[in-house]
Structure formats: structure tokens, C-alpha cells
Design a protein. Structure first.
Lengths: 381, 217
């Protein structure tokens, strides 16, 4: 009886730990991954790491077509777009009051569907006089809150910036040209100076000699930036992202790791406790060997002799399962209270998965016990 | 369902005797047949393998050479379930060591068997108890009874079975003649009415019935 009590407690611990691990994982995971929670379907800009050694050795840091295809084939990827760089020299200038100010700059383009500014002006047709430009919202902030204040210059609103017309000096491939440019929007997503892809293509063809190029930056649309496979894939390949969108992925990964460890411990405890149960049943059988032998010699079948012991184990296992579910309910109540303080969204998950695992464990172990007892009794005769 | 009308022993020899030469016996190392409806007495000195013979035929020991057949079926080839059936329907055994459950009462010990076979009613069982002079022991735990009383309980238990054969391993070793004769009377009635085969062993005291065959082990 002492062994059976020991089994009961040990098995209860193991079962509760396993089920709690699963349940906690299920309850907490949606905080990071749910579509309508604070992390949404998103875009990630990826570059290769710039290393000192790589710079000296003259490594390009661009993505080959193979690498792009591999990225496209990843399960977390929805779409991949390449940043197309200008293959010609650009300088931009403003003329006001008869004075020309100009500066060397660069242009890039991405496929239009990645642009987060929906402006009607974001269009280019061949021969169009004015080139629409999108700059990062950061640049304007940099000017307004940094540069302008320190130099006593006026702050500019987005609307005012849109009124200014820029002169773009394009040169390369033995050609020089001046085009008008106008800032039509500000992007939070894309940290570069953008022109429409159609313009970039034709400009590269005429001023850049249409050389082959490889992108050094990619923009990826992902379902779920909290997917830890993204962080894993990036670190495996030495890719970097510009922002911390992948942190959730790392957290998810650590959560999985922690839950995995906890569940393994629970499983080990469970297995050990099942072993105790089996040993105590064996002991019980051993103690009663004579009686069992007599029953069998009287004409009782081994099935009917084994039945009470089998019922005993199954009832024990089942009561452990029931108790585990009750304990799980209690514990879950406690941590869900704490959890609901952190997440505003009501994510009332259910306990199906944990219970299913508990039942599975119960069935597996019970079947094993029943067979083991049967074998043991058969071995008596 | 198996029927046991004949038990054939074919060159049977206990494993512990193997290699021994000059075995003089009516049973070992020869062909011997027990037939249903007849009664056999096997007389033996201690250590000649009397209880071994019972355990071989009852299927709980297999350390023998030669073949035992129930109506032509080699009993080594019988499955666990077939043995269960045989022990429930065909063979009744009164073990030398009786194999009663000491913590159960005399009545419970017999009922335990009868619940399996549903062969007798309680009235009949109680009648046998009183014939054998142990009706006052019905509700007493077997562990507190003398061996002679226990032998009578085991005898009644054996009768609660629709048998082809009844084996009795020294059934009257601890009984007085009066009770032995009652037992013999009941048994002769069984042979007459049910046509069972009876095999009795003895090392000295013998159960007094008219044996068809007497042999020495």
C-alpha cells in the first residue's frame, strides 16, 4: 500500500507537470503569435552582416539569386522583394533665391506592393517629367528635431516638404540629365530613398548600362514575425534585420525551450512513477503467487485472475488523471489571472490539448500495465 | 471443446529419473492407459514420483520425457486456455498439499470452485459436509482446521466439477477409517452415476473402493 501511495503522488506530480507545461505553452503562445495581438503580419528588411574582415576582403554583401530563392521557399515567407540600387550617379539639389544647393545621394527602388505609402502620385510612366520620391520619416524627424532646432531653421511639415521641387542630376554611361523630383511620402518601413521601380529600371538601362546586379537588401513579407524559425534562419545564414521585430521570435523560442525542459522533467517523473506502480503490482503478485497458482489450477483462467490487478492499476491511473486535470484547472486559474493583466486581449484558450495529452499518457500507460500484468501472471504457470 | 475419455502415458519418465537404468514400474517407461469409468490405484513408495505424475497429467509441470495424450492430443501442445477448460470441465484434482485458501472458510473454498463450474447446488455440498462430519466447520477458516478436516474439504471441492477423471493424491493419509469409508462410498456413487475415471495414489493407507486396476509405481 505504501508503494501504491508513493506511485500515486509521484505520478500525480509527473502528470501535472506534463499537462501544465502543455497548457501554459498553449495559453502563453497566443500572446506572441496571435494575428490580432500586438504583433501583426509584417515586413522585415534583411541585410547581410557587415564584418570588418569581409569589408577588407572586398566581399560584396549582396544576396545571390540562390539565396533569394532559398528565402522565398521558407515556410514563414509570404513574399520577397529586392532593393534595386541605382547604377548611376545621382545628386539632388534645391534652387531657391537663385542659389543652387546640391548634394550627392543615392536612390533605390522596391516592388511597388512593398511600399507602405499609398500615394496617387506614386506612379511613373516613361517620359514623365517629375519623379516621385519617398524618404524615410526618420529623415524629416532628424531635420525637424535635430538639425533645424540647433541651427534656428524653420521646422517643416510633411505637406511643406511635398511642395518643394528637387533637381535630380543623373549621370553615367556617358550621359547627363536633369530631372525634377518631388517628395510624395514618408515611409516608416523602408529606411532608404525610394523611387518607383519602373523609373529605376529605365534609368538603370540608360545611365547604368544595364549591368547585372544583386540586391544587398531584401524586404520580406512574413505571416508572423514571432515565428522563431525566422530568427533561427537569419542567424544560421548570418543575416541581420534593421529593427527588433524578431525579438518575439526569440522569446517564443525560449518559451518553447523552457516548456520543453519542464515537460521532459515531468515525463521522466511520470515514467519513473509508472515504474514504481509496476514494481508494486509485481510485488503484490509475487506475494500472492501461491494463491494465484491455486486459482489457475482450480480452472480459473489467467485473464480472470489478472483482471482485479488490471482494474486496480487502471483505476489508479484514471484517478491520477482526474486529479491532474483538477490541479491543472486550479493552477491555470491562478496564472491566467496574472496573465490577463499583461495582455488586454481576451485569449480564452481551451484545455483540450493538455487533456488530450493526459488521456494519451493514461491510455498508453494503462495498456502497458495491463499487458505487463497479464504476462507476469502467465509466467506463474 | 476437449473431451478426455482416455489418458495415455507413452514412455513417460520424470526428468529427474532420466539416465537411470533398470526402472521397475508399472507406469514409468511403458505404455499405460487410464480409461474413463474405471478406477485405478497407484501404490508407491515415497520418492518414486507419485506427485510428479499428478502434476504432469494436470499440466503444471513439464519436466518429463515421453508423451502424455488426452484422447490422442499431446498435452504439451495445449494452450493456456485449453488447460483452463480442461481444469474446469474434464479433470478434477485433489492435491496432496490440498491447495485450499487458508483465510477462506471451508464453505467459501468449495463455493469458489462451484461458482466457476456451477455444477452442484449448495444443498448437495452441505449434504456432503455433513456426511463427512464437517458440517459444523462450514463457516470456519480452513487455516484453523486439522489436515484431516482439510482433506475432506478438498475432496468436496473436487466433486464440484463435471469431470471425466478424478485424481486423488493420497486422499486419506490423515483420515480415520470411518471417514475414509464415507469418502469411498461417495466416490463409488460418482463412478456409477457419472462414469468418471478415478485415479488414486497411496503410500500406505488406501481408499477402500473396488479398483479395476492396481499398479505399482
Amino acid at each position: 500500500m505504501a508503494q501504491l501511495a508513493g506511485f500515486f503522488i509521484a505520478n500525480l506530480c509527473g502528470m501535472v507537470i506534463v499537462m501544465l507545461g502543455i497548457q501554459f505553452y498553449n495559453d502563453v503562445l497566443p500572446v506572441f503569435t496571435q494575428e490580432d495581438s500586438f504583433i501583426k503580419k509584417d515586413y522585415i528588411v534583411v541585410t547581410k552582416k557587415v564584418s570588418t574582415l569581409g569589408s577588407i576582403a572586398g566581399k560584396s554583401g549582396t544576396f545571390s539569386s540562390y539565396e533569394v530563392d532559398d528565402l522565398k521557399s521558407q515556410p514563414f515567407t509570404v513574399e520577397v522583394g529586392a532593393f534595386q540600387p541605382a547604377q548611376f550617379k545621382v545628386s539632388a539639389g534645391i534652387s531657391f533665391g537663385g542659389m543652387d544647393l546640391s548634394t550627392a545621394m543615392f536612390l533605390e527602388s522596391v516592388p511597388d506592393n512593398f511600399v507602405d505609402v499609398k500615394a496617387d502620385a506614386w506612379r511613373y510612366t516613361e517620359g514623365q517629367k517629375e519623379i516621385p520620391i519617398i524618404i524615410p520619416r526618420n529623415y524629416l524627424n532628424l531635420y525637424n528635431f535635430g538639425f533645424a532646432r540647433s541651427r534656428n531653421l524653420p521646422q517643416l511639415s510633411e505637406g511643406m516638404v511635398g511642395l518643394v521641387s528637387l533637381n535630380l542630376y543623373l549621370s553615367g554611361n556617358g550621359m547627363r540629365d536633369v530631372k525634377k523630383g518631388r517628395i510624395v511620402g514618408f515611409s516608416n518601413r523602408l529606411n532608404t530613398i525610394l523611387v518607383p521601380e519602373a523609373f529605376m529600371r529605365s534609368a538603370n538601362a540608360s545611365y547604368g548600362g544595364n549591368k547585372a546586379w544583386e540586391p544587398s537588401r531584401l524586404i520580406i513579407e512574413v505571416d508572423n514575425p514571432a515565428d522563431e524559425r525566422i530568427a533561427e534562419y537569419f542567424s544560421d545564414n548570418g543575416y541581420e534585420t534593421e529593427d527588433n521585430k524578431l525579438d518575439a521570435g526569440k522569446i517564443t523560442w525560449f518559451l518553447k525551450l523552457a516548456v520543453g525542459v519542464v515537460m521532459t522533467v515531468g515525463l521522466v517523473i511520470s515514467l519513473l512513477s509508472f515504474y514504481i506502480l509496476l514494481l508494486s503490482i509485481y510485488l503484490l503478485l509475487q506475494k500472492n503467487t501461491d494463491k494465484l497458482e491455486n486459482l489457475i489450477l482450480m480452472g480459473y483462467s489467467t485473464q480472470s485472475v489478472a483482471k482485479p490487478y488490471q482494474i486496480l492499476t487502471v483505476v489508479m491511473n484514471f484517478s491520477v488523471l482526474l486529479l491532474s486535470v483538477i490541479v491543472l484547472l486550479f493552477v491555470r486559474e491562478i496564472y491566467m489571472d496574472a496573465l490577463s493583466d499583461i495582455i488586454s486581449a481576451e485569449s480564452e484558450g481551451n484545455m483540450m490539448c493538455a487533456c488530450f495529452c493526459g488521456v494519451l499518457l493514461f491510455v498508453l500507460v494503462s495498456v502497458y500495465n495491463v499487458i505487463a500484468i497479464r504476462k507476469k501472471i502467465n509466467s506463474i504457470m | 471443446m476437449l473431451k478426455v475419455d482416455r489418458i495415455e502415458l507413452d514412455n513417460l519418465l520424470p526428468g529427474v529419473f532420466s539416465g537411470r537404468e533398470h526402472i521397475v514400474s508399472d507406469v514409468w517407461c511403458r505404455k499405460q492407459v487410464f480409461e474413463k469409468g474405471k478406477s485405478y490405484l497407484i501404490e508407491a513408495a515415497s520418492g518414486t514420483g507419485k506427485s510428479s505424475l499428478c502434476s504432469f497429467i494436470y499440466g503444471y509441470r513439464k519436466d518429463y520425457e515421453g508423451v502424455i495424450r488426452f484422447d490422442g492430443t499431446d498435452i504439451r501442445k495445449m494452450s493456456g486456455n485449453e488447460w483452463t477448460d480442461v481444469r474446469k470441465r474434464n479433470l478434477g484434482m485433489m492435491f496432496q498439499e490440498l491447495r485450499l485458501f487458508p483465510e477462506l472458510t471451508a464453505g467459501e473454498n468449495v463455493i469458489l470452485k462451484n461458482n466457476l463450474t456451477h455444477f452442484r447446488d449448495e444443498e448437495q455440498i452441505r449434504k456432503w459436509f455433513s456426511m463427512l462430519g464437517i458440517d459444523d466447520k462450514w463457516a470456519e477458516p480452513v487455516g484453523k482446521m486439522s489436515f484431516g478436516q482439510q482433506q475432506r474439504v478438498a475432496f468436496v471441492r473436487m466433486l464440484c466439477q463435471p469431470s471425466d477423471f478424478l485424481f486423488m493424491d493420497e486422499p486419506v493419509s490423515h483420515l480415520d477409517d470411518a471417514n475414509g469409508n464415507v469418502m469411498a462410498k461417495i466416490l463409488e456413487g460418482e463412478i456409477r452415476e457419472r462414469g468418471v475415471g478415478v485415479i488414486v495414489t497411496s503410500i500406505g493407507r488406501r481408499l477402500n473402493i473396488n479398483y479395476n486396476v492396481e499398479m505399482k509405481l
